[in-house]
Design a protein. Structure first.
Length: 91
């Protein structure tokens, strides 16, 4: 919306059109990084007490570092892909 200076409704319609016309592109850009993020979040939150009590507690520290690093990369990847898709759509 900001890059193309579009109104809210027109931007939503264009985004949905891009999603439906390029379903697999959207799937790989949104769903797979989201599943990776959810898996790491579950590991560092819900399963953390079990890992700390039964295994090496340092695994949680490394999992948190991995979660932060991958979170930054996945966010940059998602927003970069969205900007690229918008650029390709508008040209």
């Amino acid at each position: 919306m900001i890059i193309g200076q579009k109104r809210f409704g027109a931007a939503i319609v264009q985004s949905l059109g891009l999603c439906f016309h390029n379903f697999f592109f959207t799937f790989f850009i949104i769903f797979i990084p989201g599943m990776v993020r959810i898996g790491l979040d579950l590991l560092t939150s819900n399963f953390a007490p079990t890992i700390i009590n039964q295994q090496n507690p340092e695994i949680i520290l490394w999992a948190m570092f991995l979660n932060i690093g991958l979170g930054i990369f996945l966010n940059l990847f998602t927003f970069g892909a969205a900007a690229y898709a918008y650029q390709e759509l508008s040209s």
